[in-house]
Design a protein around this ligand. Structure first.
Ligand SMILES: *Cc1c(COP(=O)(O)O)cnc(C)c1O
Length: 382
């Protein structure tokens, strides 16, 4: 049995405190500068961050907003979708994806995911398309892009908008068969992300952004996120108030410098997990699409449904945190049951809700902690 030491006593799902401590002087200075200038809203840090993130991801336009949920809402508002229009989403996702659809009086159409990749199944999308379908929201779940080549082809054939939910996949790339490699969020008409503290690029509160390579839509997004005004006190559309604070932008500017390092570290942890868990027959390690990158916002295993909760309890006993993302699909949630349409059996989604378990993965995990986790899981299955 692996021995408990103080370092393995304190394993966390995410360790934001130690991540901060490593870059504390730069972050503290950036925050202090903001406070000194008192430009709390629309300070120069916001546009600097938008530009640098756009450059980093090779996306034409980044419009920062208050959180990832607002980013999805603003993106849908910018497309002028009308009440009753249908938007296809995976049922295996975080609720925000469907929430904004319902709030805008659009109809969520919930479909199955691919059991291997956990992302929306292109053939399920095709089966769900109706006269009313206007858009598809692929979610790049856990840090890996959905099958964007097939989804893009399908959506051009049926003239549908693609809005990528890249909240969990900032910095991930997707490779098309022609060799083109593109960032998550840059493939659809619009992409969205979140800077919630536990995302791969997290701020110290709420934050989000909308991405688009279309300049006209970008202006529209910017207008909608700012009360529907392009010029002060001239309201051309009904918008919302959704801004990224200058302080959050200042923090993100500092953290963006480390995003590549953070991503690499997460991938290295995933490699170490894979190396051990691939030798355990009861475990299915996260599938990685050839040519594309996985940025591991979550490291999610599939285990037999009958073992999952027992494994979680065993890990809890050994002070190893784990999470179930997600225990209940959208189409079974009370608020969404009667809404829109559900197409197909969604058997992959329902199975996954019983099989998945996410292990700690973050930029501060030590080798000792990783070893303690892998040994504990191995002991459980022996
Ligand atoms: C986190 C998340 C969101 C929402 O982001 P917030 O900033 O928390 O509003 C949306 N979609 C997915 C898939 C997410 O993981």
């Amino acid at each position: 049995m692996p021995m408990l030491t103080s370092s393995v006593e304190s394993i966390q799902m995410v360790d934001l405190k130690n991540q901060y401590l490593k870059i504390k002087p730069a972050i503290d200075e950036a925050i202090q500068e903001c406070v000194n200038s008192a430009a709390f809203i629309k300070g120069p840090q916001v546009s600097a961050f938008e530009q640098q993130l756009g450059h980093y991801l090779t996306i034409g336009n980044v419009v920062a907003c208050a959180n990832g949920t607002d980013a999805l809402q603003v993106a849908m508002m910018a497309l002028n979708l009308q009440p009753g229009d249908e938007v296809i989403v995976p049922s295996f996702t975080y609720v925000a994806t469907a929430e904004v659809i319902a709030l805008l009086r659009l109809q969520p159409v919930m479909v199955d995911v691919d059991p291997k990749t956990f992302t929306i199944c292109p053939s399920a999308i095709e089966q769900a398309i109706s006269q009313k379908t206007k858009a598809v929201v692929p979610v790049h779940l856990f840090g890996q892009c959905a099958d964007m080549e097939r989804i893009s082809d399908l959506c051009s054939a049926y003239d549908l908008f693609v809005i990528e939910d890249a909240a969990q996949a900032i910095g991930a790339t997707y490779s098309y068969t022609n060799g083109n490699t593109v960032s998550a969020g840059a493939m659809g008409m619009l992409g969205t992300t979140s800077f919630f503290p536990s995302k791969n690029l997290g701020c110290f509160g709420d934050g989000g952004a909308v991405f688009t390579n279309n300049d006209t839509i970008a202006s529209h997004v910017r207008m909608i996120a700012n009360h529907g005004q392009a010029k002060k006190y001239e309201h051309d559309a009904i918008g919302i108030n959704s801004r990224l604070d200058s302080i959050q932008a200042a923090i993100l500017l500092e953290k963006l410098k480390f995003l590549s390092t953070y991503t690499l570290y997460r991938q290295q942890v995933a490699d170490m997990y894979d190396a051990v868990f691939s030798g355990i027959t009861a475990i299915e390690i996260p599938y990685r699409m050839p040519g594309s990158t996985h940025v591991f916002n979550q490291y999610t295993l599939k285990v037999p449904a009958a073992e999952r909760d027992e494994l979680k309890a065993y890990l809890d006993d050994r002070k190893i945190p784990s999470m179930i993302y997600y225990p209940m699909p959208l189409h079974k949630q009370k608020a969404y049951r009667g809404l829109g349409r559900v197409v197909g059996e969604l058997s992959a989604t329902e199975e996954l809700c019983k099989q998945v378990i996410s292990l700690p993965i973050h930029t501060e995990l030590s080798n000792e902690q990783i070893q303690y986790i892998t040994e504990s899981v191995t002991t459980y299955f022996n």
